[in-house]
Write a protein of this length. Sequence first.
Length: 450
Amino acid sequence: MTTAPSQTSPTGPAHPGRPLRVALLGGGTVGGSVARMITTQGEDLAQRIGRPLEIVGIAVRRAGRDRSDLGVDPQLFTTDAEELVTRADIVVELIGGIDAARSLILRAMEHGASVVTANKALLAEDGRTLHEAAAEHEVDLYYEASVAGAIPILRPIRDSLAGDSITRITGIVNGTTNFVLDAMETTGAGLFDTVERAQALGYAEADPTADVEGFDAAAKAAILSSLAFHTRVTSDDVHREGITGVRSADIQAARDMGCTVKLLAICEKVEGPDGVGISARVHPAMIPLTHPLASVREAYNAVFVEAEAAGELMFYGQGAGGDPTASAVLGDIVAVARTRVTGGRGPGESAYAQLPVLSMGQAITRYHVSLEVADRSGVLASVAAVFADNDVSIGTVRQQIVTDEDGTARAELIIVTHAATDAALSATVDELAGLDTVTEVTSVMRVEGS
């Protein structure tokens, strides 16, 4: 069979023991890349692991489709995933979704297989069940590819920084939205025209909801928070706002104050009313051009980690795509295979801290607020009073006259605050909207990284 490397090699030593059996669930873009890499790099992988890998099956929806480009035996393709997972040492789940994937993963673990998955949605919704099953059956669960594609971020958080205390993670973890916001800035186009361009170039799905509404990034934020803060965090715990409310005017406003707009996943320890808690949120924000994340362009991802001893760390690279994601999957396969060869398990879930997840109202940051106001005396004083009444300190104020295409002149106030809680800012905005001197609160955007 073409997928099983030989036991001996003219360029290397023999590999004792039977091959480790690998079952792939999913033969799409990522699954196909994983299968091809295992096949073409078989001998190198065997040297790194100590035993060869053998693909024993690839579960697909339609077995008869031509997949000759993968270079694997056509007889390996099967539609019976339930049977396939019972005869593997390592099961690689790449089908996505929740219920079917969870059922297959649990079945694989019951039969003694370790699992590698890229399923961020399942991990963020029900990672507890998977981790508990892995512990019960004494197998491994690895999922590096679930966050930021090829970028090694989960293993450094879990292993390399295990002796440190992480205080904050700020990440651009969705390539589609980063491409859209970057294109809006460089071309001046509106959001929906830019999304259509992203779809035409293959950066966005036909239905881009998971990306532009922040669901994808929120799932990743839950996984990052769980690992970094040793606490179970689900996608329901993550405050989520997408980019559909970002206007070209917001992009220009950010440029005017030396910033750029990014969709950020922010996970941090904060002081809550009852002690330290976790703030986990996804939303668009202005960040200074001097911040390392500001230079992340197009569909690239980056994660900025702050730790007490290590200081500031930056992880950057391709966050999606067949080969980049397959690279992370294959790294997990090698790690799992090594533990099976040597005996024992890799690190499991660490949720000992059990920190509370705080509400969005308790999150603290700065804000950029744009108001359309009446062009008369006393307006600034009335607006400033509302900020003061809600304990939101004003950092800078700029007033300008904007002329519409029809020649109508409007007065606009642009206010940037000092750090305040989200609850205080929300109360401020609600009161501002009720002032007779305020025509409209046209934009509210958070300012991070400064």
